[in-house]
Design a protein around this ligand. Sequence first.
Ligand code: HEM
Length: 223
Amino acid sequence: MYLLKNSVGRKIIMSVTGFTMLTFVIVHLVGNASIYDGPDGINTYAAALHHNSTFLLAVRLTLLGFCSLHVFFGTLLTLRNNAAKPQGYAVNKSLSATFASKNMIWTGLLVAVFIIYHLLHFTFQVTNPEISAFKHLDAKGRHDVFTMIVLSFRHLFIALAYVCGVGILGLHLSHGIQSSIQTVGLNSRKIFPFILKSGMILWIIIFLGFSSFPIAILTGIFK
Ligand code: HEM
């Protein structure tokens, strides 16, 4: 309860929930990269995900719970922070001035919109029912996730929506990681270059990694 009431405690909750979701994002990126092994690669990965339904339910509930906490406390921190201006809360000015840090609430909101769209598209498969993997099975009788992804990203607007979505997600996470490093007390001038670099590296991994799928499919590099 103490954690929930003081501002450092809330920042710790933001860091822990954010870091857990970041771990999921990295695992998801590595899992999705199995598409480069062809239909068997990604369809095996998707079938393995669905094989253990208890594990899947636990992951889904954890993500949902952590995402709700993150949104709730993120909104609260922003409101408090705005009300306390011009002082702001105790982060170093050179980091708090970046575009990503000033727009966390907006990039967070756009990430939420992107995730809702993504779930409707690939998990519930309602936005493009004509290419749903529920309808198509591969040669081994599994949901054909490969075909669903390839047919999706041949649409310019869907591919663009994903490239923009993961660009914004990368921006949000880049400041998230910098802020988390400061939350655990690593806040000195000496490690600023490292903090700034960690954000940049994360943005590059997330953006280039995830956008490589729609770009490779849309441009026909990957058929
Ligand atoms: C081009 C990029 C991406 C591709 C191709 C992709 C692909 C997929 C696919 C195929 C599924 C459904 C898996 C299944 O049920 O069989 C899925 C689920 C999901 N994706 Fe992605 N994804 C991408 C980016 C992202 C990003 C950036 C995030 C995080 C912000 C994300 C979060 C999720 C979540 C939360 C689920 C639901 C997992 C569950 O079933 O509980 N995805 N994704």
